[in-house]
Design a protein around this ligand. Structure first.
Ligand SMILES: NC(=O)c1ccc[n+]([C@@H]2O[C@H](COP(=O)([O-])OP(=O)(O)OC[C@H]3O[C@@H](n4cnc5c(N)ncnc54)[C@H](O)[C@@H]3O)[C@@H](O)[C@H]2O)c1
Length: 332
């Protein structure tokens, strides 16, 4: 029998409630539902059987907490993660790892110094479509890669904007932080590290041109003001022998990798984007149990953030290309 891991969920807002409902209700093990808004903590407590608390400190005084799953607004990630690591708890934190590289470095160093797992809830490396795309590229199914693009465009609304921090000009605001790390993670998973990035746009719509270390050029468009279908080809890779699309579906199960060549066409998958949240939590708990590195450790979250930080610098400089800072062993 493996010893149960006692998990506290910190942040019972939109994402916290989804994870509670779709992951922890089936998994068990949640001992604390933490949110300064007592109604939100109560909803998650009711769903999962955890006890509701207003803060991590309060929860730790009352119940056993081995690990903390952090689902709070971006600028609050680092403070809460450092508090949890300082208390000897393993951590899973939502993307982006932090809002600054110095905060990200402090979080990664604190986890390493304490010998604790720091995993980032970054979905793309967990998607089967991305694994299949990577395998097709490695097998040379579309020949040599010429160029690639990614698009994340949708109309944000409802629970995602009710507290205002996402849309605002504050430290957590803007689509670059919110969706930029996702798209960088997707592009890096497909063709490797990013060397430099140029960005143009505003808080809600941004276009990026990324020079990958391999020499290939990528473009990425992000917008939360453009409605579109729930299932879309978020990434397309053009090769000398064909092309592939990574289709992501947020509502149904039409996600998967489409590999096309002049003589064949294969769509390998039936996947919903949110299934990856269960995979991420299971991977994190497995890392805690076995000591194996999680699929997306803090270093990888920091590498994604380094590209977004360079893109923000480019935006501030009117679209000039900015070199991505090297961060630890993961590269960027
Ligand atoms: N990976 C994904 O697919 C995905 C999707 C959506 C959101 N997210 C991420 O999830 C995180 C939360 O986003 P959201 O849309 O759920 O935000 P939200 O505003 O709906 O919820 C955040 C909650 O955190 C609570 N909170 C604030 N300080 C806290 C503290 N110290 N301790 C505990 N709780 C605290 C707030 O009261 C709020 O209820 C963000 O990092 C966001 O980027 C990830």
């Amino acid at each position: 029998m493996t010893e149960p891991i006692h998990v506290a969920l910190a942040g019972c807002g939109a994402m916290g409630e989804i994870v509670a409902r779709t992951v922890y209700t089936g998994l068990g093990g949640l001992t604390a539902a933490i949110d300064p808004d007592p109604r939100r903590a109560a909803v998650v407590a009711e769903l999962t059987g955890a006890l509701p608390f207003g803060s991590l400190a309060e929860a730790r005084r009352a119940v056993r907490v081995d690990a903390v799953d952090v689902r709070v607004p971006h600028h609050l990630h680092s403070g809460l993660v450092l508090e949890a690591l300082g208390a000897g708890c393993h951590v899973m934190v939502e993307k982006p790892l932090a809002t600054t590289l110095s905060d990200a470095r402090a979080m990664v160093a604190a986890a390493a110094d304490a010998g604790l797992v720091l995993a980032v809830a970054e979905n793309y490396p967990h998607l089967r479509a991305v694994h299949d795309a990577r395998a097709a590229l490695d097998a040379g199914r579309i020949g040599d890669v010429l160029a690639l693009r990614s698009t994340r465009a949708y109309q944000v609304g409802g629970v995602w904007v009710r507290d205002g921090w996402r849309h605002g000009t504050g430290p957590s605001g803007g689509i670059l932080l919110d969706q930029g790390t996702h798209q960088v993670s997707l592009l890096r998973a497909l063709v490797g590290p990013v060397e430099a990035v140029a960005a143009d746009g505003d808080l809600g719509t941004v276009a990026l041109t990324l020079r990958m270390r391999s020499g290939v050029v990528a473009q990425s468009m992000l917008s939360w003001s453009s409605p579109g279908p729930a299932a879309q080809a978020e990434a397309t890779v053009l090769g000398t022998g064909g092309r592939l699309d990574v289709v992501v579906d947020y509502e149904g199960d039409e996600g998967g990798c489409l590999v096309w060549t002049p003589t064949s066409s294969e769509h390998g998958g039936k996947e919903n984007y949110y299934d990856s949240h269960r995979l991420m939590v299971l991977d994190w708990l497995e890392s805690i149990r076995t000591g194996a590195e999680p699929v997306v450790p803090g270093e990888e979250g920091m590498a994604d953030l380094a590209v977004v930080v360079a893109a923000a610098e480019s935006l501030a400089k009117g679209g000039a290309s900015v070199a991505v800072r090297a961060v630890g062993h993961a590269g960027a």
